[in-house]
Design a protein around this ligand. Structure first.
Ligand code: 13P
Ligand code: SF4
Length: 333
């Protein structure tokens, strides 16, 4: 079989009929295909459901299929396994990690908890199963504000691991008794305020869609506060929230501050809008490890199966279930 240059670059289907083959093999396995908004276009197009991390967690908790093939990164597949321990959960490449999830270990969390006895631990879903097992309630970027708002005001909160999302929540709720871990995602941290400002000045009529994990989230609000961009054109959104906002928008152009895979769903949702990445180099190597051929192998051979230690899963499940119970639907098909 000849693999095209496009596939080596990871942008297209490997050969005509690939999508039908994937779907047929998935059906034989009674498998549902879930894809995060940052996946390659070919993977998004073949999936049964595409969405943000909250939407995909909710779908994973509810689907009837015996097997979930999670086209995303490892913590997402682990979360699906925690929610559905009796199902087989596959990820097409188990090496697809996450720099944000790696920014706190369970030992670091235990030490932090010991410094703040009685504090409520809120962990972003981008964490390992071991960290979730030490967590009171998980959140995603879709519902982080609502999750922290649901905690009694007099309780201290330890929020981890993303410092930019944490700053966004603290700013929105004006909550002083919230401590934020200094972790970050290398992709979103690299989308900086200088780039956003330059792009906003070059496209003065554009709306700004900014993911709260971005290093430029504070700058976006500064641009709004200073009047450089009218406040109603600056939107801090999860990836699913961006798709909903695209459908509702009347803008001619939108600047998008997040991982570049997002552009595919945005262009599908609103083909008439000119969507531009604030940083075209903001591509997550881990998300892109889920190649079309890795997915084919996964549905053909049942690889890579995700296992979570049953004790850890049991300890993390309540925190994940609280997460999926809070907030908006979570933006997914
Ligand atoms: P969403 O929760 O907005 O999908 O973002 C998750 C994320 O950053 C995964 O890398
Ligand atoms: Fe993790 Fe960042 Fe990649 Fe999302 S974009 S999976 S947070 S490294």
């Amino acid at each position: 079989m000849t693999v095209t240059a496009d596939v080596q670059a990871g942008t297209d289907v490997p050969y005509p009929g690939w999508a039908d083959e994937v779907r047929e093999l998935a059906q034989r396995r009674n498998a549902v295909l879930l894809a995060h908004n940052y996946q390659l276009p070919a993977i998004q197009d073949v999936a049964d459901h595409v969405g943000d991390s909250l939407a995909l967690s909710r779908i994973a908790a509810e689907v009837d299929a015996g097997t979930i093939v999670f086209c995303g990164v490892h913590f997402m597949a682990e979360t699906a396994k925690i929610l559905s321990p009796d199902k087989t959960v596959l990820i097409p490449d188990a090496r697809a990690g996450c720099s944000l999830a790696d920014s706190i270990t369970v030992d670091e969390l235990r030490a932090w908890k010991a410094e703040h006895p009685g504090a409520v631990v809120v962990s972003y879903v981008n964490t390992t199963a071991a960290v979730k097992a030490e967590t009171d309630i998980c959140c995603t970027s879709s519902n982080a504000v609502e999750v922290v708002a649901s905690i009694a005001e007099d309780r201290e909160v330890l929020f981890l691991p993303d410092q930019f999302l944490g700053a966004h929540v603290r700013r929105t709720l004006n909550r002083a008794n919230m401590h934020v871990w200094a972790g970050e995602c290398h992709v979103h941290a690299g989308i900086n305020g200088a780039e956003l400002t330059a792009q906003a000045e070059a496209h003065p009529d554009a709306e700004l869609f900014v993911h709260p994990e971005c290093g430029c989230a504070t700058s976006a609000l500064y641009l709004a506060g200073s009047g450089t961009v009218p406040a109603d054109r600056v939107k801090i959104l999860s990836t699913g929230g961006m798709v909903d906002a695209a459908r509702a928008s009347h803008a001619k152009s939108v600047l998008v501050a997040t991982e570049v895979g997002m552009l595919h769903q945005l262009r599908r949702a609103a083909p008439e809008i000119d969507f531009r990445a604030v940083n075209e180099r903001a591509s997550c190597t881990y998300m892109k490890m889920i190649t079309p051929m890795a997915l084919l192998r996964s549905v053909r051979e049942g690889t890579d199966e995700v296992h979570v230690d049953p004790d850890l899963a049991a300890r993390g499940r309540a925190a994940v279930e609280r997460m999926i119970a809070v907030g908006r639907p979570g933006g997914g098909e």
